[in-house]
Design a protein around this ligand. Structure first.
Ligand code: MTE
Ligand code: MO
Length: 368
């Protein structure tokens, strides 16, 4: 008999095992419990599509409980027609379906030396899903933003102290007007063909393709058009990274990156037996053009085969066929390049909050 039964809706039916108090999160690699933060397990990083219960979760506060019957999305601020959209109206509009990956800006933070504060993410704060919802653009157009509009602010229903002792604030993030108006910036209500789950933003979340996960505001309740740049904890105190001159810059697009998902680090392979050295690659700046793979710790490189073309904003699967020629230790390194000429660095540039960690991560195997 199973120890517990967890319902899809996110409520608990039997909860003898504390791991079962969070249905989806119970299958993740736990990072934190309140708020829930969990990574996608390594085995699931081999799948192009991340099943919803295995999609990483990054919450800053407790998950808000929202009754969709009471929910509506308001659009206000520098607009001529402020509006409110009920959930049922949103569902009736033309639906757009879009594969898109999300990576938390703090993914792989624990690889940094010296260590930095924040969730100690390893490799799994990244996932890929198929999202569906209504494009945001027509709503903004209908609301009629004024010519001096520069940014659009998105607010979630979740709130709390962003840091100990700080005033309570909701989760808020802004986007430049042209990003908010991008036809693929979506008001999402479905994930992998099913109603969005509470952990991933039920009833409605924003999905901003190409951007690090923090831009895709969950439990969205209000949208405000702004005439000046937004200043707020999650905009200007976190998700910033010092540039070469030491000045904090806001993080936006996902940096070009790849990882090896097969074989696993530390495993032993039989000499003479072919293995498909595989992984994923992506870039927020555009499609992946190339993945270079080294089987000797970076001495020599070869072009990986890019598997079926990445759909929409999903990650790109790649592989190299390899037969370990002789017993010994082998160090596998992958390095991606995107269409805009960005090349994944072999080493990440250290930054104090541990964001955008995209250096190549070697995988060591033994052949016997
Ligand atoms: N309202 C709200 N939206 C949010 C967050 C949050 O804490 N509250 N976390 C952000 C961060 S940092 C990331 S990486 C993504 C994670 O989305 P996921 O939990 O569906 O993977 O949601 C973003 N949207
Ligand atoms: Mo994140």
């Amino acid at each position: 008999m199973p120890l517990c039964t967890c319902t899809d809706a996110g409520s608990i039916t039997v909860a003898e095992d504390p791991a079962c108090t969070r249905p989806g999160a119970a299958q993740l690699v736990p990072i934190d419990t309140e708020p829930v933060v969990g990574e996608t397990p390594i085995a699931a990083l081999r799948s192009w599509l991340t099943p919803t219960p295995l999609f990483y979760v990054r919450n800053h506060y407790s998950v808000p409980k929202i009754d969709p019957a009471d929910w509506s999305l308001s659009i206000s601020g520098a607009v001529s027609n402020p509006t409110e959209i009920p959930y049922s109206d949103l569902l009736r509009l033309p639906k757009k379906t879009l594969p898109a990956m999300l990576e938390c800006a703090g993914n792989n933070r624990s690889d940094l030396e010296p260590g930095v504060p924040g969730n100690p993410f390893e490799d799994g704060a990244v996932s890929n899903a198929i999202w569906a919802g209504a494009p945001l653009k027509p709503f903004l157009q209908q609301a009629g933003f004024t010519p001096d509009a520069v940014e659009v602010l998105f607010e979630g229903a979740d709130r709390g102290e962003p840091a100990p002792g700080r005033p309570v604030v909701p989760y808020q993030r802004s986007l430049p007007l042209q990003v908010a108006l991008h036809p693929d910036t979506l008001l999402v209500y479905e994930m992998n063909g099913e109603t969005l789950t509470p952990d991933h933003g039920f009833p409605v979340r924003l999905i901003v393709p190409r951007w690090y996960g923090m831009a895709s505001v969950k439990w969205l309740t209000s949208i405000r058009v702004l005439q000046k740049s937004f200043v707020g904890f999650f905009q200007t105190e976190r998700y910033v990274m010092e540039d070469e001159a030491g000045i904090d810059q806001q993080i936006s697009w996902m940096a070009v990156k790849s990882f090896v998902n097969w074989p696993e680090h530390g495993t032993s392979l039989p000499v003479g037996r072919p293995v498909a050295v595989s992984g994923m690659a992506w870039s927020g700046a555009g499609p992946v053009r190339r993945v270079d793979v080294s089987l000797d710790g970076g001495e020599t490189w070869q072009d990986a085969h890019l598997d079926e073309s990445a759909l929409g904003y999903s990650w790109q699967q790649w592989h190299v066929d390899w037969t370990p020629p002789a017993p010994g230790h082998y160090t596998i390194v992958a390095r991606a390049a995107d269409d805009s000429g960005n090349l994944q660095p072999l080493e990440t540039r250290w930054n104090r909050l541990g964001y955008c960690v995209n250096g190549s991560k070697p995988v060591c195997v033994t052949a016997e």
